[in-house]
Ligand binder design. Structure first.
Ligand code: MLT
Length: 413
């Protein structure tokens, strides 16, 4: 066509660059910051309609899965494509329980890190370290080994995550209790101690199960596409998922749930009131950002956020906790949703907006929030890695570049 190509401003003393020269040489290449328009991946796992606010895993609406499935059932669905039969689920559950133990030497790894270490950094490095124990069974091209690694990751990441938490508190690590369900075991590893028996709270277990399901996949987000990109090189599941955890740690991605709570805390401490804070967001004052609002894909209410908001109310009520931060969050949501500025930009609360309030009420420190996102997202990462590896057409990923630096320059003599 007769598309007009922009002329970029001169860079570093070089003459300005006409992008058309690149397209003539390379064919039609579009500069697409952050991969906004480029579909370089096909997938059968998760469907999102961001305008309608719809999210489905393998065709099943998220509302139904979150309302009636277990986390392991959803993990199976994402990884294998179908809902498991009762026997398949029981076998999967049993295999995972058999693999929860960590090698005793790996526990010493935690002693080498400061107790102030961010748990996201701890779990990503511990996963890379974990791979060193399984070098004979981590071949990405051997289906049986991939199967075993899948089970090991689902079994061991929660244990590693709980140890990162215990380490930050200076408390003793507990052994996994394999008589318990996946979620109860995880809660016990975090909140149990050696002195007293651990009491299961079915309301909290149910709420955590639901939150993990809501986070289990979200198609080509930054961490999942990282897992796919790293995996596309032939790197094994441990290396790929460890990379995904690092991608998730950023405040624009999974780190946002932590940032939301920090923001609410600052609003409370400043005493300025929500309306004033919203004004400052609209005026784009330096350092003032509304966290947990807006999403690249959703131009409607994030369907996950709706469910999380209801959970926040029921968990706090169950625990008899009154958290002024939840009231602040609701007030902020109401003011923002009625304001033309947010309406025009179609900014709605996203999944991170209310999760932190629930995790806090459960007793998790702020820095563990993103770790919980990572445990939730694990089945999605595994499913995407496996889907890509099974696709005979998949290639090593390599984003196209438009060079906009100086042309060849005379080297000073
Ligand atoms: C996610 O669930 O990964 C986040 O909403 C970010 C995204 O989807 O891009």
């Amino acid at each position: 066509g007769s598309a007009e190509f922009p002329v970029l401003p001169a860079v570093d003393g070089a003459s300005s660059i006409d992008i058309s020269t690149f397209t003539k040489k390379t064919g039609y290449t579009t500069l697409d910051y952050g991969f906004v328009n480029t579909a370089a991946t096909k997938s059968t796992i998760t469907y999102i309609d961001g305008d309608a606010g719809i999210l489905r895993y393998r065709g099943y609406p998220i509302e139904q899965l979150a309302g009636s499935s277990s986390y392991l059932e959803v993990a199976w669905l994402l990884i294998y494509g179908e809902l498991p039969t009762a026997d398949q689920l029981a076998e999967f559950d049993e295999r995972i329980r058999r693999h929860t133990l960590l090698h005793e030497d790996l526990k010493r790894f935690f002693s080498a890190l400061p107790h102030t270490a961010h748990p996201m950094a701890v779990i990503s490095s511990a996963l890379s370290a974990l791979s060193t124990y399984y070098e004979n069974s981590d071949d990405p091209k051997d289906p049986e080994q991939v199967e075993l690694t899948t089970i090991r990751l689902l079994a061991k990441l929660p244990v590693i995550a709980a140890y990162a938490h215990k380490k930050s508190l200076g408390q003793a690590f507990l052994y996994p209790d394999n008589s318990l369900s996946f979620v109860d075991n995880y809660l016990k590893l975090n909140f149990g101690n050696l002195a007293e028996p651990y009491e299961i709270d079915p309301v909290l277990s149910g709420a955590l199960e639901r939150l993990l399901i809501l986070h289990a996949d979200h198609e080509q987000n930054a961490s999942t596409s990282t897992v796919r990109l790293v995996g596309s090189t032939g790197a094994n599941l441990y290396a790929s998922i460890s990379a995904g955890i690092n991608a998730l740690s950023g405040p624009l991605h999974g780190g946002a749930n932590e940032a939301v709570l920090d923001m609410l805390g600052q609003i409370r401490d400043s005493g300025e009131g929500v309306a004033r804070f919203v004004e400052r967001v609209k005026n784009k004052e330096d350092g003032v950002k509304l966290m947990g609002f807006g999403h690249r894909v959703y131009k409607n209410y994030d369907p996950r956020a709706k469910i999380v908001k209801e959970s926040a109310d029921s968990v706090l009520e169950h625990l008899g906790v009154k958290d002024p931060l939840l009231d602040l969050a609701k007030e902020l949501e109401q003011i923002a949703l009625e304001d033309d500025y947010f309406k025009e930009r179609r900014l709605y609360p996203n999944v991170d907006f209310y999760t932190g309030v629930i995790y806090k009420a459960m007793g998790f420190p702020t820095r563990m929030f993103t770790v919980l996102f990572a445990i939730g997202r694990l089945p999605g990462w595994i499913a995407h890695w496996r889907e890509m590896n099974l696709d005979p057409q998949s290639k090593i990923g390599r984003p196209q570049q438009l060079y906009v630096g100086p042309a060849e320059r005379e080297f000073p003599q």
